[in-house]
Design a binder for this molecule. Structure first.
Ligand SMILES: O=P(O)(O)OC[C@H]1O[C@](O)(CO)[C@@H](O)[C@@H]1O
Length: 302
């Protein structure tokens, strides 16, 4: 029987939003006035969000701290130690209605500078922050986030002084690249990252679960051989975002699993994982825009 939740939305917003990423990233990378709202170098920063937004925060935290701009910690909004001596909190939310994010910013307002990054500029969140970066051109109709998350991270990378031209060109190549049958039909996927790409690995795993109900796992790459490699087997995929640690590809090959990686900017490689999620949803007859048990914004009551 067809699940009404799975057929409620047409057309396929995820497909359209996913394919628009190169163009939308370019817009975000050009927001120089908004970049100046971000915390100054040397400031101690916490970035918070839920689900996808938390994982983008993890990527940013690593990039900012590693670039020498100051201590930067990423937290799930529900588990955030923001009472520490942070100079600023960055709250990342597409909807601006996610309950844990709203609770956190309302509790912290007045004690620390709060910078919001939001997709829905009509949400209540916009009045709860001190400074606001608006990304309405990246907002989405699909419940499953693709371009808002990656566009926010593109904006954050640009704010750290990164040139995103290669990432944007790679994203277009990732949108256009053929995906082979073996990659689309694997039994299981483990996503790995190092440094800032650990957040991308967690996001790829979440995307695949949300959109296509697939079995996925995700880890920092150096943790993988401390147990999780036991899952690797023929017909399964181990997917590394960015440069792999020495010996990892050979260790995975010995298990019979496919070792997947690319020379694309890792954020562009995430676009390929989004496409695999979409194709697997299609193959299972699922509407990727409307995942089982998930809403566009998760609003929890006490
Ligand atoms: O960015 P927002 O709107 O706070 O929402 C985050 C939510 O988005 C999702 O990607 C889809 O609902 C979930 O990961 C998460 O609960």
């Amino acid at each position: 029987m067809t699940d009404p939740q799975q057929t409620a939305l047409t057309p396929e917003h995820m497909a359209i939003e996913l394919a628009s990423q190169p163009e939308v990233w370019a817009r975000a990378a050009a927001l120089t006035a908004e970049q100046s709202l971000m915390p100054a170098a040397g400031q101690k920063v916490a970035i918070v969000g839920c689900g996808t937004s938390w994982f983008m925060g993890q990527a940013y935290a690593e990039l900012r701290e590693r670039s020498g701009q100051g201590v930067t910690d990423a937290y799930a909004a529900s588990e955030a130690f923001v009472d520490r001596d942070y100079d600023a909190i960055i709250a990342l939310t597409r909807s601006g209605t996610t309950s844990e994010v709203l609770e956190l910013v309302r509790a912290q307002r007045g004690s620390k500078r709060i910078i919001g990054i939001v997709g829905d500029v009509n949400s209540p969140f916009v009045d709860d922050v001190d400074d606001l970066v608006k990304l309405p051109f990246a907002d989405e109709q699909s419940v499953v986030q693709t371009r808002f998350a990656t566009t926010a991270l593109t904006f954050l990378r640009a704010s750290l002084g990164e040139n995103l031209d290669t990432a944007i060109a790679d994203a277009q190549a990732a949108v256009d690249a053929p995906l082979d049958e073996e990659l689309l039909t694997a039994e299981q996927y483990t996503f790995l990252g190092r440094g800032w790409t650990v957040g991308l690995a967690h996001e790829a795993g979440l995307k695949m679960r949300e959109a296509s109900q697939s079995w996925t796992e995700s880890y920092p790459a150096m943790e993988y051989r401390h147990g999780p490699i036991a899952i690797a087997a023929p017909g399964r995929v181990t997917w590394m975002f960015g440069e792999a640690p020495v010996g990892l590809a050979a260790d995975v090959a010995r298990t019979g699993a496919r070792f997947e990686t690319s020379s694309f900017d890792p954020l562009a490689d995430l676009v390929r994982a989004q496409r695999v999620s979409l194709e697997r949803a299609r193959a299972k007859g699922l509407n990727a825009d409307a995942p089982r048990n998930l809403t566009r914004s998760v609003i929890l009551s006490e």
